[in-house]
Design a protein around this ligand. Structure first.
Ligand code: NOJ
Length: 740
C-alpha cells in the first residue's frame, strides 16, 4: 500500500523527478488542462473532445466505460498531444462494476473489512478491464439521518466502523501498489460533513462545530489518507457558511498541513460553478479563484477552471506556484498509476466480469450483510422437510434491477438472481412455491391484488414477504421525509397477518426505515438493504438455514422519524433519561401540571431509545458473553490495556458473531459520547464452543480532540463494555493515568 510518508529531500525520488521534469516543460494552457476533468459520456469521442485532448487541455474524463472508446481517448492524449500525458479515467464504481455487491450501508452491516476489501478488489478488476483507472469511492460521510438518500452509499453512523471500512475499501481498490494490474485510484468523499445536511435533504447546508467535525466527521478521512488514498472529493454542501469546494480550512489547514495529503483534490460535479449559486461568489472567475486558492486541484465536469485560471495567473491574482502544486498532484497520481508506461488496456489480462469468484464474493457479502431484526418463536430458519407450500409475496421478490440499489451505472442486471428464483431452485419439487407480487411497486396504493395474496398466504404453510424500497428511492438527491415502508405495504402486512399463517418479512431498502407499524405483525424480520447481484441465493440460504444471519446494524433504526438524528454515541446531557424518569404521552393524567412529567431528555411520544439499536443483529445460534475483565486497572498514557470477555455459542449450530467493544470516557475537557465503538471482531463459533475475545486498546485509540482542538488521550476513568450490540451491559472499568 502506498503510504503518505513524505520522502526525505536528500533521497532521489524518481516520481518527483519525473513530475518536476514534465512541469518544467508545460505551458500554462497545458497546466490548466491537467486541472480539468471532462464529461465524456458520449460514445465515440466527439470532435470537440478530441480537439481538447490533442491540445493538452484535458487531464481527466468521467463517465466513459467502453474499453474501446477509453483506449481511443488515451491514444489521443498519448500519441497526439504535445507532451503525451495520459488521462485519468474516472467512473462511479461504488459497490461493484458489473457484479454488484450490497450497497455500502449493507457492506457496513457485515462488519467484515476482509469482505469489503475483497468486494472492492473485484470491482476494481472489473472496472480496470474496461479502462477505468479512477473511481469515486469510498463515500465515508458519517450518516446519522436516514432521510438522506445517500445514507445508502455510506457506512452508517459510526466513526470507528466507517474508518475501518474506509481503509478496507481503499486497500481493495488500490491494491498493494497503484501501478499493479487491476488497481485503480480511490477517492475518499465528500470532504467534509456532507452527511450532516439539514433535515437529510441532499445538498443542503451543514452546521458542524469544529470539535464535532474533528471527532466525528473527519477521522474516517484521516484513516483513508493514512492508508494512501490517491484522491479526495469535496462536498457539495456548505459547512459553517463555506462550501466544501472553497473551504481552505478543510483543504489546506487540515488536509494538507495537518495530515500531509499528497494526492489529488477533485471538486464534485460542477461544484466550482455552484459557488456562485451558493451565494459565495458573484461570478465564475471568482469561483475559480476561491476553489483554487482553497486547494481544489481538479474541477469535475465543468469549465470554470478552463475559462478563468489562466487569466487569474496572468493578472497576478494567482501565483503560478499554486497552479504548479495542483498540477504536480495530478501528474504524481498518473505516474503512480503507471499510466505513462501502460496507458492502454488489454482486457484479456483481467478476469471476465461476473466470474465465478466475483459472484461467490458477492453472495458471501450479501449473506453477511443481512440483519435479522426479529425472530419470534424461532420462526426462522424454515425447514424444507416440514414445509409443503410457501407463499412468496411482494414487489421485491422478483425485481432483478431493484435489488441492486443505487449507483449501478455498469451493473449487469442479467447477472441478478432474485430471491424468487433462488428459492425455487433451492426448494425444487419438494415444496410448492406460490408467487404473488401483490403490488406493482413499493409505492403503489392499489390494493386490489392483495386479495389473491391473502388467499395464497392462507393456503400456504408460511408467507414470505419481500418489501422495502426500489432503488430509485435512495441515493443522490433521493431523500425522503417519511421513512415508513412506502405505499400500502403496511396494509399488505396486516392483511397477511390476519390469515394466521406465520409471516416472514424480508426488507430491501437503501436506508433504515421506521418499522414500528409493522414489526408486531411479522414473526421474523430480515433487513437486507439492497443486496446486489446475488441477493437471491444469499437470502434463500438464510431463510432455509444453510447459513445463519450474522449482520449487525451499522446505523440505529428510529421508532419515529421525529427522533432523527438518533445514534448510539450521543452525549449524556445534564439530564439523561432512564426508564423510571420518562413518561409516555398516553399515560399523562388528564389534568397534569407542567412539572409533573419527565424533566429529562426524551420525547413524550417516542421515549429515548431506537426501535433497533446500532450493532443489533440476531443469529440462529445463541451467544452468551460473560467474564469481562481488564488486563490492568490503570494504564499510563502511551501504554495499552487489554479488555476481554468469554463468548460462548450455547446452541447446536455453528455461526458467526460480531463481538463489539465500547468505551466511555467519563469526564473530558469536552463532553464525551455515552459509548463509542472501539473494536470489533467477527468470529466463527462451533456449537458449544467458548472463546476469549480480547481487544488491545492503546491510549492513542482513546485520544480525542479536546477543548483546544488538539488530539490527545486524557487521564481519567473509563468504562468498557463487550457484547453483541451497543446495548450490551457487560461492563468493566479502567483508569488512564499520566505517564511517568
Ligand atoms: C456527484 C456525486 O456527489 C459524487 O459522489 C459523484 O462521484 C459525482 N457526482 C460523479 O458522478
Amino acid at each position: 500500500m502506498t503510504k503518505t510518508t513524505a520522502v526525505p529531500s536528500n533521497v532521489p525520488n524518481p516520481v518527483e523527478q519525473r513530475v518536476a521534469d514534465l512541469l518544467a516543460r508545460m505551458t500554462l494552457t497545458e497546466k490548466v488542462g491537467q486541472m480539468r476533468q471532462v464529461n465524456a459520456s458520449e460514445g465515440h469521442p466527439p470532435d470537440y473532445l478530441a480537439a481538447l485532448i490533442r491540445a493538452g487541455s484535458v487531464g481527466a474524463v468521467i463517465n466513459q466505460a467502453d474499453v474501446h472508446v477509453i483506449n481511443e481517448l488515451q491514444r489521443l492524449a498519448v500519441e497526439e498531444s504535445r507532451l503525451g500525458i495520459p488521462l485519468l479515467v474516472g467512473r462511479d464504481v461504488i459497490h461493484g462494476f458489473r457484479t454488484i455487491f450490497p450497497i455500502p450501508l449493507g457492506q457496513a452491516a457485515t462488519w467484515n473489512p476482509e469482505l469489503v476489501r475483497e468486494g472492492a478488489r473485484v470491482a476494481a478488476l472489473e472496472a480496470a478491464a474496461a479502462g477505468i483507472n479512477w473511481t469515486f469511492a469510498p463515500m465515508i460521510d458519517i450518516a446519522r439521518d436516514p432521510r438522506w438518500g445517500r445514507i445508502a452509499e455510506s457506512f452508517g453512523e459510526d466513526v470507528f466502523l466507517t474508518a475501518a471500512l474506509a481503509v478496507a475499501m481503499v486497500e481493495g481498490l488500490q491494491g498493494d501498489d497503484l501501478s499493479s494490474p487491476g488497481s485503480i485510484a480511490a477517492c475518499a468523499k465528500h470532504f467534509a460533513g456532507y452527511g450532516a445536511v439539514e433535515s437529510g435533504c441532499d445538498y443542503a447546508t451543514t452546521n458542524i462545530p469544529e470539535n464535532q467535525l474533528r471527532n466525528v466527521y473527519l477521522p474516517p478521512f484521516k484513516a483513508a489518507v493514512e492508508v494512501g488514498v490517491a484522491t479526495l472529493m469535496t462536498s457539495f454542501s456548505d459547512i459553517d457558511g463555506v462550501p466544501g469546494t472553497a473551504n481552505a480550512f478543510l483543504l489546506r489547514q487540515i488536509l494538507r498541513n495537518e495530515w500531509g495529503f499528497p494526492g489529488v483534490v477533485v471538486s464534485d460535479w460542477d461544484s466550482v460553478h455552484q459557488l456562485q449559486i451558493h451565494g459565495l461568489t458573484e461570478n465564475d472567475g471568482e469561483s475559480a479563484f476561491e476553489a483554487v486558492t482553497a486547494g481544489v486541484d481538479m474541477e469535475m465536469a465543468g469549465d470554470v477552471y478552463a475559462n478563468h485560471l489562466a487569466a487569474l495567473v496572468e493578472s497576478g491574482r494567482i501565483a503560478i506556484g499554486m497552479i504548479d502544486a495542483a498540477v504536480a498532484n495530478v501528474l504524481r497520481t498518473k505516474f503512480q498509476l503507471g499510466l505513462f508506461e501502460h496507458p492502454y488496456v488489454e482486457p484479456a489480462a483481467h478476469p471476465s466480469p461476473g466470474s465465478e469468484h466475483a459472484l461467490l464474493a458477492a453472495k458471501r457479502m450479501a449473506a453477511q450483510s443481512v440483519v435479522m431484526l426479529k425472530n419470534d418463536s424461532r420462526t426462522l430458519p424454515l425447514s424444507i422437510q416440514q414445509l409443503s407450500s410457501v407463499a412468496i409475496i411482494g414487489p421485491l421478490a422478483d425485481a432483478p434491477y431493484e435489488q441492486l440499489g443505487t449507483w449501478i451505472f455498469d451493473g449487469d442486471v442479467a447477472l441478478s438472481v432474485t430471491p424468487l428464483e433462488a428459492i425455487r431452485t433451492l426448494l425444487g419439487d419438494a415444496v410448492e412455491v406460490r408467487h404473488l407480487r401483490a403490488m406493482e411497486n413499493s409505492r403503489s396504493r392499489e390494493t386490489e391484488a392483495f386479495n389473491e395474496a391473502v388467499e395464497a398466504a392462507h393456503a400456504c404453510d408460511v408467507a414470505i414477504l419481500f418489501l422495502g424500497e426500489e432503488s430509485i428511492l435512495s441515493g443522490e438527491a433521493h431523500s425522503r421525509a417519511d421513512i415508513h415502508l412506502p405505499g400500502d405495504q403496511a396494509k399488505l402486512v396486516q392483511r397477511i397477518r390476519e390469515t394466521g399463517t406465520p409471516v416472514v418479512a424480508v426488507i430491501m431498502a437503501g436506508r433504515p426505515l421506521t418499522l414500528a407499524n409493522i414489526v408486531d405483525d411479522v414473526d421474523a424480520l430480515l433487513f437486507a438493504w439492497h443486496p446486489g447481484t446475488m441477493a437471491g441465493p444469499a437470502i434463500a440460504d438464510l431463510l432455509f438455514g444453510r447459513e445463519s444471519p450474522s449482520g449487525k446494524l451499522p446505523v440505529s433504526f428510529p421508532r419515529m422519524v421525529g427522533q432523527v438524528p438518533i445514534y448510539y454515541s450521543h452525549k449524556n446531557s445534564g439530564k439523561p433519561p432512564s426508564p423510571d424518569n420518562i413518561v409516555h404521552i398516553d399515560d399523562i393524567d388528564t389534568f397534569a401540571e407542567q412539572t409533573s412529567v419527565g424533566m429529562t431528555s426524551f420525547h413524550l411520544d417516542a421515549g429515548y431509545t431506537p426501535l433497533f439499536a446500532f450493532g443489533h443483529g440476531l443469529s440462529y445460534a445463541e451467544f452468551e458473553y460473560d467474564h469481562i475483565r481488564t488486563g490492568a486497572h490503570t494504564v499510563s498514557i502511551g501504554d495499552a490495556v487489554t479488555i476481554s470477555a468469554e463468548l460462548t455459542n450455547k446452541s447446536d449450530i455453528a455461526a458467526d458473531e460480531v463481538a463489539q467493544l465500547y468505551v466511555r470516557d467519563l469526564a473530558g475537557s469536552v463532553t464525551r459520547p455515552i459509548r463509542q465503538l472501539a473494536g470489533f471482531q467477527r468470529l466463527r463459533l462451533e456449537p458449544g464452543q467458548t472463546v476469549t475475545v480480547a481487544f488491545r486498546l492503546h491510549t492513542d485509540d482513546l485520544a480525542f480532540y479536546g477543548r483546544d482542538q488538539n488530539l490527545a488521550a486524557e487521564p481519567g476513568e473509563f468504562h468498557a463494555w463487550i457484547g453483541g450490540s451497543s446495548e450490551t451491559e457487560l461492563r468493566t472499568e479502567f483508569r488512564i493515568v499520566a505517564s511517568g
